[in-house]
Design a protein around this ligand. Structure first.
Ligand SMILES: [Zn+2]
Length: 197
């Protein structure tokens, strides 16, 4: 089972922040939370880590996932650290592209966790407030003051459908708008709100 929203979010981060062939990107938001993305082409793996800033200033790792990148580009989570526990769901071989999942039900749950986690990251406005750490350390941008959404956050399937459709998406009051638009009532598109454009 692949993770699709997480992959889309990380690809977006790469498009925005990665310099040429850089294999690692660190982003930090205004609250000090940190996201690290690391790719190993030789091992066909991508690792995503998220650290939450504590009141004590400490950064505590909340989540770490290792995804194997299949030949056709799917990302399959094979290791997940979450809630203080690391679980390994299978092994993969970069040379042959073979993946061997030992714990299939667990792996399906892990993939679902990754996509739900990616959605939560967007909902918290991480991307909208994040800036790259080193070398330049640009200042994180604060989110514009938009009205509170008057409709519930769309689910993963809906967001993906809009992403692949490319024609537009709903604003946070339910109006239809351009992917990066604001409706006549001042509500941003969900993509803007979630930091996806
Ligand atoms: Zn509207």
């Amino acid at each position: 089972m692949e993770t699709r929203l997480l992959k889309r979010v990380i690809h977006y981060i790469w498009e925005c922040f990665r310099v040429q062939d850089e294999m690692k990107v660190r982003l930090r938001d205004v609250r000090g939370n940190e996201l690290q993305v690391e790719e190993s082409a030789a091992e066909s793996r991508v690792t995503i880590r998220y650290f939450a800033k504590q009141p004590s200033d400490e950064l505590v790792k909340q989540m770490e996932v290792v995804c194997f990148i299949m030949h056709y580009g799917q990302w399959v989570p094979i290791e997940l650290y979450e809630g203080g526990i690391t679980k390994i769901y299978g092994t993969a071989d970069a040379e042959t592209g073979r993946i061997d999942i030992g714990d299939k039900p667990g792996q399906v749950l892990a993939a679902g966790f990754c996509d739900a986690w990616a959605l939560q990251l967007l909902e918290q406005g991480f991307l909208a407030m994040a800036a790259k750490l080193v070398p330049l350390g640009l200042k994180p941008t604060r989110r514009p003051k938009w009205p509170q959404p008057s409709v519930p956050t769309p689910d993963l399937e809906q967001i993906e459908a809009w992403l692949w459709d490319d024609g537009g998406c709903e604003a946070t009051d339910g109006c239809w708008t351009e992917p990066d638009g604001v409706c006549p009532h001042g509500h941003p598109s969900w993509f803007l709100r979630l930091g996806l454009v």
